[in-house]
Design a protein around this ligand. Structure first.
Ligand code: ADP
Ligand code: ADP
Ligand code: ZN
Ligand code: ZN
Length: 803
């Protein structure tokens, strides 16, 4: 999380006053937002919620912070990072917890992210059970990331890289001169090593396989590094020099451990066999550390347990009635006051995580394997213990990935943050959470230029009076209800004995040709089933010709990608420009209207419209191109107009505007209609991919599928498509999923929003809980059947949605 420091004296009346906010689509917004409250920012997708909460309030707090720590930072930050706002007063420092699929360091785990690992190490150090005669270890010794704690063989990585003959010599029929030792470096350094080897008396011209085993072993594995004088023979100019020998193992392991170059390290990995380190069993720890136990478990075993079991291991220490002042014996402190105090602290913090539905995670789970929703909830819970007060937490849909059964705990955690003296701002779509906020800021009424106004700022009850608000209809329970005819399956996909993560020998009959919703608490195995198992087996089925995962990954990583290129409509647009009289006279083909190839594009930014600004301590950002000012094209290309618009003008149109302007181009019109049908009419055609949210990317993908000629027989898989969507947008989305299904396709969605689940033809409820307690089908059938099932945590919520 990014934190900002206080730079502004709080206004005495307890409000943050925003004046003249114009970031993105905001229309000169004035709004007063209370501090020390839970404030929900609502509005349909694209209305401007994030532009207000993150783009204005948080960005301004961060700008002030950067200015206070480094006066020169302001110069460095691209113009874009200073929010367009006249004034903000009463603004405390802010902490933003946004959902980003970053690439955190691979060593980061649930334990390190939550800082629980520090306490666990302390527990083992100060209160563990040591073997007879062992000395007490410092808590650093229980971390694989420290010099004291790292396993000497794998340096704490837990993975060992072994150089073997097979891994270091790829073609044994070659001689050393011909490059038999593949693991050695190339170029001059490699030649140097071959010369040294020859001086040492080895035959470098015999095929490797004909050398004596003794010689082969020495060359590959020796730890010796003799230095010899080499007289380069063929080259009379070169002077004699001293050369050091490196065995293939020495050279490769040295590169892996010490090279600064990622490319070199990756190359070296091709010459090793990798597996769990034998010495530490993959834990990365020393034997001395692994010998210390708590509750009978080594720290590695402790870290591998799901959090729900960790609390059980801690319980005896928490419940000690008569703890000893210090270590009760030389070898164990498990019954001491220290044990009790650390265990109690850990227990309390882990309880919060369990409450947020994360009890199935283990401390050793690597963070890159977590979903953005899981990561954000871990971070929120961690902030509870940070001791910060007087800050504004700005959160991006904290309910993402959360089953309705766990909503209550989330609200509790937000409330705890507030109770310790903070302001909690959430951009949120889950009406169960919005209803529980102290204050609502509703933005809208529409998206893009149709939105950008604050329609309401006040306590939840008052929103009911605001006619313009799209949100008010959904704030009352049962505001969303629609029925449709159940579809009949056209076949069955039989899944037998599936195993992945916590799925163990799972059998399931999935009906084809209908819309299926997969439900269950976080960690129950929904994603493992839908993202892992289904794509793998579905392609084998005769009734399924294609499997399409419509996910939230970006449609491109550079400003070169946008929705016009992604949907393919831009081809039609370029051809239309080439077909204008003006272009034909000048001999301009469709290629000249591309910003991806030389010819018609601006060469300064190579058609990107922006240039990347790399900053030392901030993630890379983009600034408008100084030559074309974002137009992407050179002046000549911009002379050609179609119906009065240049091609840059077309890229600047919103989908709604383009639907009129390009109505005469069937291919473009089809794509535009599809985009409008999923609620994306507010996006500009040329809006660069990096600016699009995950939910927008997902709906662009969906629209691209909708405009295709209907072949049917496609299996569409969607993981939580409602994430980031206002209930009104969810209705649009559900209607489109229904269309896909009606066209003869099979649609499977992982979903927590019960109004979507209620509209499915078939429901598969996973559970009963997360992790090892899940992975089974608890109930399946029509929504009504699942709503009536006993033992399903989803059933009561589905019942309520069915009304
Ligand atoms: P919400 O959070 O309500 O979905 P946003 O604040 O993300 O809405 O977006 C409001 C408007 O601003 C939309 O029209 C969106 O396309 C536009 N927008 C968002 N981010 C950017 C950006 N980085 N540059 C330009 N326009 C943007
Ligand atoms: P859901 O989608 O219902 O939240 P998942 O399928 O993501 O559940 O997770 C089911 C179980 O599999 C959980 O115990 C989770 O910790 C585990 N799991 C998921 N992904 C991975 C992974 N990449 N590596 C190890 N375990 C995983
Ligand atoms: Zn090891
Ligand atoms: Zn340019």
């Amino acid at each position: 999380p990014s934190t900002t420091a206080p730079t502004d004296t709080a206004t005495p009346d307890g409000f943050i006053r925003v004046r003249g906010a114009r970031e993105h689509n905001l229309r000169d917004v004035d709004v007063d937002i209370p501090r020390d409250r839970i404030v929900a920012f609502t509005g349909i997708s694209g209305s401007g919620k994030s532009s207000l909460a993150f783009g204005t309030v948080f960005a301004e707090a961060q700008r002030r912070f950067l200015e206070s720590v480094a006066p020169y930072a302001r110069r460095l930050i691209a113009q874009g990072s200073t929010p367009h706002v006249d004034a903000i007063t009463g603004l405390p420092p802010a902490v933003a917890l946004q959902q980003r699929r970053g690439a955190p360091s691979t060593r980061s785990t649930v334990g390190t992210l939550t800082t629980l690992s520090n306490s666990v190490r302390m527990l083992y150090s100060r209160a563990g059970t040591y073997p007879d005669g062992a000395t007490q270890l410092y808590s650093d010794s229980f971390s694989p990331n420290t010099v004291a704690g790292a396993c000497p063989r794998c340096h704490g990585l837990g993975t060992a890289h072994e150089v073997t003959e097979a891994s270091a010599v790829h073609d044994p029929s070659l001689s050393i001169r011909e490059g038999a030792i593949t693991a050695w470096p190339g170029a001059w350094q490699g030649k140097n090593l071959r010369d040294v080897t020859a001086v040492l008396g080895y035959d470098i011209d015999r095929p490797w396989q004909d050398l004596p085993k003794e010689d082969r072993d020495w060359l590959l594995f020796t730890e010796e590094q003799p230095v010899v004088e080499v007289h380069p023979k063929r080259d009379r100019v070169a002077k004699p020099y001293k050369g050091r020998f490196w065995s293939a193992r020495q050279y490769t392991l040295h590169t892996l451990a010490d090279s600064q170059s990622e490319t070199q390290r990756n190359k070296a990995l091709r010459f090793v066999e990798s597996g769990p380190c034998q010495l530490c069993g993959g834990s990365g720890l020393t034997r001395a550390a692994l010998a210390v136990t708590f509750g009978g478990l080594s720290i590695a075993e402790f870290n591998a347990l799901p959090l729900s079991e960790v609390v059980e291991v801690l319980r005896p220490a928490v419940e000690l009635t008569d703890p000893t002042p210090a270590q009760s014996s030389v070898t164990s402190g498990e019954r001491s006051e220290v044990a009790q105090s650390i265990a109690t602290d850990l227990h309390g913090r882990i309880d919060v995580l369990i409450g947020l539905g994360l009890g199935y995670l283990g401390l050793d789970r690597a963070t890159p394997t977590l979903s953005p929703g899981e990561t954000q909830r871990l971070r929120i819970a961690t902030q509870l213990r940070s001791g910060l007060f007087g800050v504004v937490y700005v959160l991006d849909e904290p309910s993402a990935g959360l089953h309705p059964a766990d909503t209550e705990s989330l609200v509790q955690v937000l409330d705890d943050l507030r109770a310790s003296g903070n302001s909690v701002f959430v951009v949120e779509h889950d009406m169960d959470i919005v209803r529980r906020a102290d204050w609502i800021v509703d933005v809208g009424p529409g998206a893009g230029s149709g939105g950008g106004r604050v329609l309401y700022s006040g306590p939840p009850a008052g929103l009911a009076e605001v006619e313009e608000s799209v949100t008010r209809r959904y704030l009352q329970p049962g505001g969303e209800r629609a029925a449709h005819e159940r579809r009949e399956p056209v076949g069955t996909l039989e899944i037998r004995g599936a195993a992945l993560h916590n799925l163990d020998d799972l059998d399931l009959d999935l009906p084809l040709g209908v819309l299926t919703a997969v439900t269950g608490v976080s960690g129950s195995g929904k994603s493992s089933l839908v993202g892992g198992v289904l794509p793998a087996i579905a392609t084998e089925h005769p009734l399924i010709s294609r499997v399409v995962e419509v996910d939230q990954k970006p449609i491109g990583r550079t400003p070169r990608s946008n929705l016009a290129t992604y949907t393919g409509m831009f081809d039609a647009v370029r051809q239309a420009f080439a077909a204008t009289e003006d272009a034909r006279e000048r001999g301009r083909t469709a290629g000249r209207f591309s910003f991806n190839v030389e010819g018609g594009r601006c060469e300064v930014c190579q058609g990107e419209g922006s240039v990347s600004v790399e900053l030392l301590f901030l993630p890379g950002s983009w600034a408008p191109c100084p030559e074309c000012h974002g137009a992407r094209y050179n002046a000549e290309t911009l002379e050609v107009r179609r119906d009065g618009a240049t091609i840059a003008d077309v890229l600047g149109m919103t989908v709604d505007e383009a639907a009129d302007a390009l109505a005469d181009l069937p291919a473009a019109a089809r794509a535009l209609t599809a985009l409008r049908s999923v609620g994306l009419g507010y996006l500009r055609l040329g809006q660069p991919a990096p600016e699009l949210s995950g939910g927008e990317a997902q709906r662009i993908k969906l629209a691209t599928e909708l405009q295709r000629a209907r072949s049917g027989h496609t299996l569409y898989l969607l993981d939580e498509p409602s994430t980031g969507l206002h209930p009104a947008d969810v209705e649009l989305l559900t209607a489109q999923l229904a269309r896909l299904t009606d066209a003869g396709n099979t649609v499977v969605v992982v979903e927590h929003v019960m109004s979507v689940v209620a509209q499915a033809d078939h429901v598969v409820d996973m559970g009963p809980a997360g992790g090892d307690e899940g992975g089974r089908v608890v109930a399946s059938g029509t929504p009504a059947e699942v709503a009536a099932a006993t033992g399903s945590r989803t059933a009561p919520f589905l019942r309520a949605a069915l009304g």
